[in-house]
Design a protein around this ligand. Structure first.
Ligand code: GDP
Ligand code: IMO
Ligand code: MG
Length: 444
């Protein structure tokens, strides 16, 4: 039962898109299991750049069935324009399936998200403004619209009559004009007409594929530190990017997961508000941001940049059952004299090596660093580990030691082929993941 989950180990934008695309030739199906059009996954093939928000990153391969699972919140306007973009660039989208149970982001969700952020002013979360929180909120309140509702005007009207009066009251209190039911019914029914051919029962698609022995890849959006339960609440997204989310949002059971691949980059970035202990506000940080093109794919906002932090890494490896790691963007660190790695925090005079569940403690954490001599050489053209500069290898070994699981790919550029493969055998022929020595158990 080859089912593999790909999950971000940091605050998103770790390079999940590139990783999914890289593994796609080996799989039959790629499933997105959470998030919505807040995600921005970039895939670079030769000179072409694809930026995907809702369609799974495997779509560029004609043999792959791309599934938008029940746990995703779908803004149909975004999905339709993404399908149009792909069609216009010669990509076959007939194998894109969208779950009938996925919830729909409506224009009033977007307005509520933006209105709420304005209201919060200085304490805003810094959301992508895509209506993600309000859509998941309505789902939990059982007043949401699902993709299947788009097929039936009467059901759309009935659903909107249940939810809209109250949402309009809230919008009114924020000084935002109300929405009317009939124009929304027409808009949503139009989306339904367009998406009808793509609607499906995603859980059975996944279960049938696994039963056939097809290899299914579950592509997470965002990252572990933005997880609603495991991130630094309230500065998180409204879904569960962790590997467990693939079960609830992708339609498989926990024992059906064979491998969980964690994706991380060689430094940290974060978009939006919230604690970020290793944040760099100096020239080194600006250099990394510039070389790494650290601007949000969805909003264009500059991403905050910092040194790599092993404290949340160890947490992310644990809560996701990470079995192997993909390290991206190692090339961006070339030219830095000393590369710093956060190995612990000091909180109120105490050394802390475990990720604090308290957001307040995290706000007070100052990083304790281990320094590594850097390397000057560009490494974009390196394809084997032994050709990496020695100092880059030392840094990589340290990261692996902290993670306690093997790094199986190292990425040295955005393009598909700019990847160092290591210890990689197709999952299905692999008896066990290679083990490496664990560092001492961190003190709590
Ligand atoms: P995702 O949200 O996790 O899919 O990541 P994004 O696509 O938002 O951000 C990652 C960015 O880094 C994209 O522009 C990728 O093309 C780029 N990228 C991925 N891996 C590498 C790498 O190893 N080196 C460089 N220079 N860029 C990379
Ligand atoms: P990918 O999949 C980075 C962040 C927002 C904000 C918080 C909540 O490309 O890695 P939301 O709009 O979800 O309610 O915003 O989450 N955020 C992301 N940051 N990458 C993403 O997606 C993100 N999706 C949401 O910046 O801090
Ligand atoms: Mg992204």
């Amino acid at each position: 039962m080859p089912a593999t989950v790909i999950v971000g180990l940091q605050w998103g934008d770790e390079g999940k898109g590139k990783t999914t695309d890289f593994l796609a030739p080996q799989v039959a199906m790629v499933v997105r299991y959470q998030g919505g059009d807040n995600a921005g996954h970039t895939v670079v093939t030769g000179t072409e750049v694809f930026k995907l928000q809702l369609v799974p990153s495997g779509v560029l391969y004609p043999h792959i069935t791309s599934v938008i699972g029940n746990g995703v919140v779908v803004n149909p306007a975004t999905l339709i324009s993404e399908l149009d973009m792909l069609i216009s660039r010669g990509i076959d989208v007939s194998r894109v399936r969208v779950s009938r149970s996925a919830h729909v982001t409506m224009p009033y969700h977007v307005a509520l998200d933006r209105g709420n952020e304005d209201r919060l002013a200085d304490s805003r979360v810094g959301t992508t403004g895509r209506g993600i929180g309000p859509t998941y909120g309505d789902r939990a309140w059982r007043v949401g619209l699902r993709v299947e509702d788009l097929e039936d005007r009467n059901r759309l009207r009935e659903r909107l009559e249940r939810v809209l009066p109250e949402r309009n009251l809230l919008l009114g209190a924020m000084g935002i004009p109300p929405f009317e039911i009939e124009p929304l019914v027409e808009l949503a029914a139009g989306w339904g007409d367009r998406l009808k051919a793509h609607m499906d029962d995603s859980t059975w698609l996944v279960q049938d594929a696994i039963a056939r022995g097809d290899h299914v890849l579950f592509e997470g959006a965002q990252g572990t530190l933005l997880d609603l339960d495991h991130g630094s609440y309230p500065f998180v997204t409204s879904s569960n990017p962790v590997a467990g989310g693939a079960c609830t949002g992708g339609g498989l059971g926990p024992l059906q997961v064979d491998e969980v691949i964690g994706v991380m980059k060689a430094y940290s970035t974060r978009v939006g508000s919230g604690p970020f202990p290793t944040e760099l506000e100096d020239e080194i940080g600006k250099g990394i941001a510039a070389r790494g093109h650290e601007f949000g794919t969805v909003t264009g906002r500059p991403r905050r940049v910092g040194w790599f932090d092993t404290v949340p890494l160890r947490y992310a490896v644990a809560v996701n059952s990470i079995s192997s790691i993909v390290l991206n963007k190692l090339d961006i660190l070339s030219g830095i004299k000393t590369v710093r790695l956060c190995v612990a925090y000091e909180v109120d005079g105490r050394r802390v090596e475990t990720w604090p569940s308290s957001g307040a403690a995290l706000e007070r954490a100052t990083p304790i660093y281990e320094d590594f001599p850097g390397w000057d050489e560009p490494i974009h053209d390196v394809r084997t580990l032994s050709d990496l500069p020695e100092n880059a290898r030392r840094y990589l070994t340290a990261l692996e030691g902290h993670a306690g699981v093997p790094i199986v790919f190292v990425s040295v550029g955005p393009e598909r082929t700019q990847t160092i493969e290591r210890a990689w055998r197709p999952l299905r022929n692999r008896s066990a993941v290679p083990t490496i020595e664990r560092p001492g158990t961190p003190a709590r």
